[in-house]
Design a protein around this ligand. Structure first.
Ligand SMILES: *[C@@H]1O[C@H](CO)[C@@H](O)[C@H](O)[C@H]1NC(C)=O
Ligand SMILES: *[C@@H]1O[C@H](CO)[C@@H](O)[C@H](O)[C@H]1NC(C)=O
Ligand SMILES: *[C@@H]1O[C@H](CO)[C@@H](O)[C@H](O)[C@H]1NC(C)=O
Ligand SMILES: *[C@@H]1O[C@H](CO)[C@@H](O)[C@H](O)[C@H]1NC(C)=O
Ligand SMILES: *[C@@H]1O[C@H](CO)[C@@H](O)[C@H](O)[C@H]1NC(C)=O
Ligand SMILES: *[C@@H]1O[C@H](CO)[C@@H](O)[C@H](O)[C@H]1NC(C)=O
Ligand SMILES: [Ca+2]
Length: 526
């Protein structure tokens, strides 16, 4: 026991020299031999600049094709600088925003000048990593020759499918975005995830004085962890308890929308537009891979960052349990309790009672002398949750431990005998019904909340005596006929079926004759 205590102490020392949450597991000797102890763990923070894929829009925005001259805000009348895409010494391609600058040589991406003023000079810079990342320090974008007077930083958490604003930047927030200006230091613990517009990084201070535009992560962290971030435990505790806090620092893509360049004054000087453009020499994105506290390493594999998952988890972000380790459902690791957190390891499903991850509870049934899974989820049933519930069938392309292993039969209520189906999803149909779900009729039947035999059709059951067949359901007969197929005259058999009509005729004749007689009488009296 003493030995173990000493070992654990040693481990703590080791963990603290390594930094917090850097160790996923460690071999510990106990009286029963060595066992692995597991801890919540996360990769080190690193410069994600080296892994980002960068794209600028619109396509022709980078300067130098054709070559052009430009000047700077500080030397507006010395327009001798040249940008030429075909000359490596004078070219300013996008990759110069993420290169390692050697020997103090400043390298930067540069756009065309604002020669089309007053049409706005717009540029988008999209950065993608194809990996969920968590910011660990300030994003810092270095602008040469002045910072934009209006720009927006956006982020995406779903690989660019949807975007949201991260921070607005303007020299006049009300004027540019109709948002009152704020600083991060105006925020408190309750509204730290608020998206703000800041005027701190857009004002003209001379191009050499302050070149950086920041997204402040450190200042936000310090609200919880103290000025020097000395109390990170407090931050991590908040990460666990405050909804949206962790997600606020999580992203897969970033995008800068540059909306107006530095002006160097209040107005645009229309007679010298060659001094207005954007130029970026560096983009720092200090972050770590999001591995859900299940990995301490994140490595480049086939060009993409990949968490080296521990705790028997798998996936790019360790967001799943490995196959066969689904005794209970997957959970992210937790920072709590300090200092080692909780690993929430995926464990192998027990030998005597495998539930394939559809239940995390087993129960011993005394009179049967068996152990059985309790409350199987995902529409499964059985001792090991290995069958599908009635009304469901086995998904042939899913493993037994897949959440989608059972598919609803979906038998048509009217057309089928019951709501169960066979193992390929076929329902049992009532007479006349057909199709996998019994929602169709066999030939010779029509559908009307179930299948019914045709009364009439165009082949065997023809309507007679000029009747027409209405949707196989009934013959519409001419007035003189009746019967299912209009086979029967309206009048009783054996009687004179023309009597009625001849009587009508007689009446009409009598009437006509009377009329004529009247007419004749009137004519003769005059
Ligand atoms: C920048 O991206 C936004 C959002 O997708 C888009 O509306 C805008 O047209 C883009 N601007 C340029 C210059 O490509
Ligand atoms: C993104 O990463 C995933 C997982 O590593 C990989 O399957 C996919 O091909 C990657 N996509 C691109 C465009 O690299
Ligand atoms: C954040 O909350 C503080 C106090 O709780 C308040 O003074 C401040 O105005 C709020 N900031 C924003 C942007 O809502
Ligand atoms: C993963 O599962 C194997 C097999 O059950 C087990 O020996 C190992 O300790 C597990 N690893 C972790 C990190 O839990
Ligand atoms: C069957 O399982 C596969 C593999 O998990 C899944 O992609 C598919 O959606 C499932 N089918 C249905 C109908 O649920
Ligand atoms: C399920 O029923 C359909 C239709 O009756 C049949 O073709 C199929 O062979 C049945 N599948 C099995 C596995 O019995
Ligand atoms: Ca550079």
């Amino acid at each position: 026991m003493l030995l173990q205590a000493v070992f654990l102490l040693l481990l703590h020392c080791l963990a603290s020299t390594l930094g917090q949450y850097e160790l996923c597991k460690s071999l510990v000797s106990t009286d029963e031999g060595s066992v692995w102890e597991q801890y919540a763990c996360q990769p080190k923070s690193t410069s994600m600049r080296d892994y980002m894929r960068i794209k600028v829009d619109p396509p022709g925005i980078t300067c130098g094709n054709p070559p052009e001259r430009f000047c700077t805000l500080e030397n507006p009348y010395l327009c001798s600088d040249e940008c030429d895409a075909s000359n490596p010494d004078l070219a300013h391609p996008p990759q110069l925003m993420q290169d390692k600058e050697r020997n103090g040589l400043l390298t930067y991406w540069q756009t065309v000048t604002w020669s089309r003023h007053p049409e706005p000079l717009l540029a988008n810079i999209s950065m993608s990593w194809n990996k969920s990342l968590e910011l660990t320090d300030d994003i810092q974008i270095t602008f040469e020759y002045g910072r934009p007077t209006v720009m927006v930083l956006d982020k995406s958490m779903d690989h660019g499918r949807s975007w949201q604003p991260y921070q607005y930047y303007a020299d006049d927030c009300m004027d540019a975005f109709d948002i009152p200006p704020k600083r991060v230091r105006d925020l408190s613990a309750t509204n730290i995830t608020r998206v703000i517009c800041t005027e701190q990084y857009s004002r003209w201070v001379g191009s050499k004085n302050d070149k950086n535009v920041k997204f402040e992560v450190r200042a936000r962290f310090s609200v919880f962890a103290g000025q020097r971030l000395q109390n990170m435990d407090s931050l991590y505790t908040r990460m666990e308890s405050m909804k949206g806090l962790r997600d606020f620092f999580t992203f897969t893509n970033l995008r800068m929308r540059l909306l107006r360049p530095a002006l160097g004054g209040t107005y645009v000087q229309r007679d010298n537009l060659l001094k207005y453009f954007y130029a970026i020499s560096n983009i720092e994105v200090p972050a770590r891979c999001k591995c859900n506290l299940h990995a301490s390493q994140c490595l480049l594999q086939d060009g993409n960052l990949q968490c080296q998952c521990e705790h028997n988890t798998t996936g790019q972000d360790c967001q799943r349990c490995k196959k066969g380790f689904k005794a209970k459902s997957w959970k992210a690791g937790s920072y709590l309790p300090a200092p080692n957190g909780t690993p929430n390891t995926c464990t192998i499903a027990g030998h005597n009672c495998e539930c394939y991850g559809h239940s995390n509870r087993c129960s011993y049934i005394d009179y049967l002398n068996i152990v059985t899974c309790v409350s199987c989820k995902h529409n499964t049933r059985g001792q090991n949750c290995q069958h599908c519930r009635l009304g469901y069938f086995r998904n042939a392309s899913a493993e037994l431990d897949d959440e989608g292993v059972c598919i609803e039969c979906n038998c048509n209520q009217m057309g089928s005998v019951h709501d169960r189906c066979n193992s390929t999803g076929y329902c049992q149909c009532k007479d006349g019904a057909t199709g996998a779900k019994c929602d169709d009729c066999l030939p010779g039947y029509y559908w009307k909340q179930g299948c019914y035999s045709n009364v009439c059709d165009e082949e065997m059951l023809l309507c007679q005596n000029g009747g027409t067949c209405y949707q196989s359901q009934k013959c519409i007969c001419p007035p003189e006929f009746k019967g299912a197929l209009c086979q029967q005259p309206q009048c009783e058999a054996g009687k004179d079926c023309n009597a009625a009509s001849s009587l009508h005729l007689t009446t009409a004749t009598v009437l006509l004759c009377t009329l004529l007689a009247h007419l004749l009488a009137t004519l003769t009296t005059h």
